[in-house]
Design a protein around this ligand. Structure first.
Ligand code: ASP
Length: 610
């Protein structure tokens, strides 16, 4: 018989009291928290062969139950630390996800039944006493990691989903990152200051979530898109190094790397340059990565925005793989081929890509057109020359120069776009990702600072320039004259982004701290003096009272945590995320509110337009 002589004793309600649970006598030697409580001596996943012979009391959920002969059942008991096998002797109604308290003796498993996949796989607990602390209905989905469960179902029962080891681990990674970030910021003299949630709008380029005011019907608070203005006011307030792990809300379409609400490490410091900020943030992000992976990433390289666009066609280059954009305009300077008589011709080389099928190439061409390209030229590098529908339009010299410039080898595929400069770069940047991008979690951590962003990223429909970062960003010192001269799109800013594996992790800038420059930027943005006063008068006023030079940064904690946890979707590292459509299947939010409440708020809901 596998079990001891006695049968397991089953209780159905009362857990063993404090007096009955004999505390673990072992000193854990300062190796982390002591998990002993009045209801348990140990955690399931912490037990090892050293514990053989000990009497333990454990609490947890039934992860799995297998019958063994007439009497015996093997119960995998799960808590946050992991799983242990418990041998129960006697009939008992122990079903999946029941909550048990188990007392028994730790013993070696028979050698042939050891399970190397479990950290507790060499041992088991021979139960002498089992108490059902709580019964469970059959779980709405299997909690193993093998079954692909519909996400809405998972989110509706998130409390069950959270028991899965993967989510338990992810939330631990999250807590580790939060804690490492706080420590790193505090090591550098930053203090955490909380800023309000009910605010006036902060422009970060997204739509605001608004909250109606009961006291002033018809007026609304905005939920903060970021603490941007408050942190700048903190600088004026003499708090020279501020940080906050801040909740930010933006009403934008949701994606794998975007939720309505998300957490940022938000920071600001006075009497600093861009370099100082990059140093602070590099230290903090590297510390967070080290806390999770055990390895400190090397110093983060820097690249100008201009170079990022030329080489990668992106302001968040994924530098984990090559396939860089190559300048070909000079090669076709005198070409007779009409399609290449464009302001900018560039190409990428797809190593070994010559075996792509004609169908796939047609698809790629359509995809590029969908992105706004006029077309896509493909060429297969073969032993006897270039195989391409356009080869016959190119001279021998052009073909040779093309191959040399792209360093093409037999078996490669060459993809070329000819268009306006920014379109060529953008299309090839997207194509490069489409063809070469590994999953965001693969290939290690490749951080990159992108610096010298332009101040404006283009013009909106009304012809007003749009800020590339936000309107509080200081123009580049050397470009103030260009700004005066009105050549807006060539003005650089003192803004910088941090990129990790092709994901934008965060942005920051040196701020404007002088009222007249801020007013000038507002007016360039088409925000008139009255509107500026109305929306940001408090900030402009504050600049009258001694604003120190200051700069800051914010990065998305969810994105960093996802990559460190090996997840491609930030929803997997957020305890209670929304679905892609912005709903919360758990609480059913958003929900209508009743008429009385609407009236109190002075609101009337219009019928939905179809
Ligand atoms: N407030 C900015 C953002 O949320 C970051 C910054 O400029 O500090 O993107």
């Amino acid at each position: 018989r596998r079990s001891g002589d006695r049968r397991t004793n089953f209780n159905h309600r009362n857990p063993a009291s404090e007096a009955q649970v004999t505390s673990s006598t072992e000193d854990n030697g300062g190796q982390g928290p002591d998990y002993t409580t009045s209801m348990r001596t140990d955690r399931c996943g912490d037990l090892r062969s050293d514990d053989v012979g000990r009497q333990v009391t454990l609490c947890g959920w039934v992860a799995r139950r297998r019958e063994h002969g007439e009497h015996l059942a093997f119960v995998d008991l799960r808590d946050r630390s992991g799983i242990i096998q418990v041998v129960v002797d006697g009939a008992a109604d122990l079903r999946s996800e029941y909550v048990l308290q188990v007392t028994g003796q730790v013993r070696e498993r028979p050698a042939d039944t050891a399970n190397d996949a479990l950290s507790t796989g060499a041992i088991e607990v021979d139960a002498s006493e089992v108490t059902i602390l709580s019964a469970s209905e059959p779980p709405p989905f299997p909690l193993d990691e093998r079954t692909d469960v519909d996400e809405v179902l998972r989110l509706r029962h998130r409390y069950v989903d959270l028991r899965r080891p993967r989510l338990q681990k992810n939330l631990e990674v999250r807590a580790t990152v939060n804690s490492a970030v706080r420590t790193a910021m505090e090591e550098q003299g930053f203090i955490e200051v909380e800023t309000p949630m009910l605010v006036a709008s902060t422009p970060e380029g997204a739509r605001d979530f608004v909250v109606p005011s009961r006291k002033e019907p018809g007026s609304f608070y905005a939920l903060p898109q970021s603490p941007q203005i408050f942190k700048q006011l903190c600088m004026i307030g003499g708090i020279d190094r501020y940080y906050q792990i801040a909740r930010c809300l933006r009403d934008e379409d949701l994606r794998a790397d975007r939720q309505f609400e998300f957490m940022q490490l938000d920071a600001e410091a006075s009497f600093v340059s861009q370099d100082d900020v990059l140093t602070f943030i590099t230290h903090t992000v590297a510390s967070a990565a080290e806390a999770v992976t055990g390895e400190r990433p090397a110093d983060f390289p820097r690249m100008s925005w201009h170079e990022a666009r030329e080489r990668y066609g992106s302001d968040k280059p994924d530098i984990r793989f090559g396939m860089e954009l190559v300048e070909l305009t000079p090669v076709f300077a005198d070409t007779d081929f009409r399609a290449f008589q464009a302001p900018c011709v560039k190409g990428i080389r797809v190593p070994g890509g010559a075996d792509l099928s004609r169908n796939r190439l047609d698809d790629l061409t359509e995809t590029c057109k969908g992105w706004g390209a006029k077309g896509l030229v493909w060429m297969k590098v073969e032993a006897d020359g270039l195989n391409s529908p356009v080869a016959k339009f190119l001279t021998g010299d052009e073909q040779a120069a093309l191959r040399t410039t792209l360093e093409a080898e037999e078996g490669d595929l060459l993809l070329l776009v000819a268009d306006e400069h920014h379109t060529t770069c953008r299309i090839l940047g997207l194509l490069r990702l489409e063809l070469g991008r590994p999953p965001v979690t693969e290939g290690g951590l490749h951080f990159l600072w992108v610096v010298d962003f332009p101040l404006f990223e283009g013009l909106d429909e009304a012809g007003n320039p749009m800020p590339a970062h936000h309107p509080f960003t200081m123009p580049h010192e050397d470009d103030l004259e260009t700004l005066e001269a009105g050549d807006l799109l060539s003005v650089r800013s003192q803004a910088y982004d941090l990129v990790l594996n092709g994901w934008e992790l965060g942005s920051g800038s040196v701020r404007i701290h002088r009222r007249e420059i801020q007013q000038k930027i507002f007016s360039i943005l088409g925000i008139g003096a009255d509107e500026a006063q109305e929306r940001f008068g408090f900030l402009l006023d504050a600049f009258r009272y001694g604003a120190p030079p200051h700069a800051g940064f914010a990065f998305g904690m969810d994105r960093l945590i996802a990559i460190l946890a090996g997840e491609e979707n930030i929803r997997e590292v957020i305890a209670y995320p929304k679905t892609q459509s912005g709903a919360d299947p758990l609480t059913s939010a958003p929900t209508p509110i009743d008429d009385r409440h609407l009236e109190e708020l002075g609101l009337r809901v219009l019928p939905r337009s179809e």
